[in-house]
Design a protein around this ligand. Structure first.
Ligand SMILES: [Zn+2]
Ligand SMILES: [Zn+2]
Length: 330
């Protein structure tokens, strides 16, 4: 039912693409990250909590329709529904059914709760498309709850020594999960514009993420013992200097790798990811009951081989246009 084309994953029967790389007429979007939600498509279909983000990132004038989880829509005989992916707020797996055959495109997902996104839901299917960003046994993430405690401890310690604390994280997703778990009694929280823009969307929809937007006229002296959340692009700009003296930390699954923190040039690395580690990947794949697994994004050939040999699944690697690198903040 689905084909892997140079524009992305295609369903000819419904004439829709899922997370297409190049402009198409009708796109189903799993979530708002830029490697999944791209400009130039005729019509967008996504989870209702992703609509505001898509408009923010792709333009207020896009044609976009939101759906609730488990709601179904039918296009030319193909039944389409969205299911929680647990990756970020509004992230969805796409389930497609045609004449009894079921495919699930999981997009990005994780099983570990971030306290914000609706938890990942295993969907029974015959064909499952999974990413494998961290598809090696070396990746075993600590519980996110303990990482949030460590982040607050680090902030408290820095504040007691007169330092500001700068947290580098994805503006969409990880920033909100960190903000949600911060101990606001430690000090003030400031936000890079990219993070504040995302928060404005979510706060207008009923969330209450803390933090003030950093403005040009903000006095340097007014920022003391504070925690600042910014995307990685801010690391190499003078923007970050206004917070000195400061200590900096990166939050990413890659921080588990020896040397990754040092290479990123920060003081501290927190192992926090919106993707599955090794155990979560295996658990998720097996929970679908699917016999046919398509592995994309990351260690796809190694992970597909593992699924064939260990679980006798019909697993194949699918090349994608964009591959993650340890420079990303996944
Ligand atoms: Zn993502
Ligand atoms: Zn992704």
């Amino acid at each position: 039912m689905l084909q892997f084309t140079d524009r992305g994953i295609y369903c000819p029967q419904a004439d829709i693409y899922i997370d297409p790389w190049m402009p198409v007429e009708r796109a189903v979007i799993t979530h708002g990250h830029s490697d999944h939600a791209r400009r130039g498509n005729g019509h967008y279909l996504c989870h209702e909590d992703s609509v505001g983000i898509l408009k923010l990132r792709l333009g207020m004038d896009i044609s976009v329709k939101g759906m609730a989880y488990h709601q179904t829509t039918s296009i030319n005989g193909v039944t389409i529904s969205l299911h929680p992916a647990g990756h970020i707020i509004g992230s969805a797996q796409v389930r497609l059914e045609y004449k009894g055959e079921i495919w699930v495109v999981s997009g990005d997902y994780k099983l570990m709760s971030d306290g914000l996104s609706v938890p990942f839901e295993p969907v029974r299917c015959h064909h499952f498309i999974t990413e494998s960003t961290f598809g090696l046994p070396v990746y075993r993430f600590p519980p996110a709850t303990s990482v949030y405690v460590s982040i607050n401890d680090w902030w408290r310690q820095n504040a007691s020594e007169g330092f500001n604390s700068v947290i580098i994280a994805y503006a969409l997703g990880k920033s909100q999960s960190i903000l949600h778990h911060l101990d606001q009694s430690i000090g003030d929280i400031f936000l890079h514009g990219a993070v504040a823009n995302v928060n404005d969307i979510f706060n207008a929809e009923g969330h209450a993420f803390p933090g003030r937007r950093v403005t040009v006229d903000m006095k340097k002296k007014s920022v003391r013992k504070a925690l600042i959340v910014a995307p990685s692009s801010a690391l190499s700009t003078p923007w970050i200097n206004r917070f000195s003296p400061s200590r900096k930390a990166v939050c990413s699954g890659w921080m588990q790798l020896r040397g990754a923190r040092r290479r990123s040039g920060v003081d501290r690395g927190f192992v926090l990811s919106d993707h599955c580690d090794w155990n979560q990947l295996n658990e998720a794949v097996l929970a679908t009951g699917a016999e046919n697994i398509y592995v994309t994004h990351g260690y796809q050939s190694t992970y597909a081989k593992w699924l064939r040999e260990r679980y006798q699944l019909n697993a194949v690697e699918i090349k994608t246009q964009f591959e993650p690198t340890t420079g990303d903040l996944e």
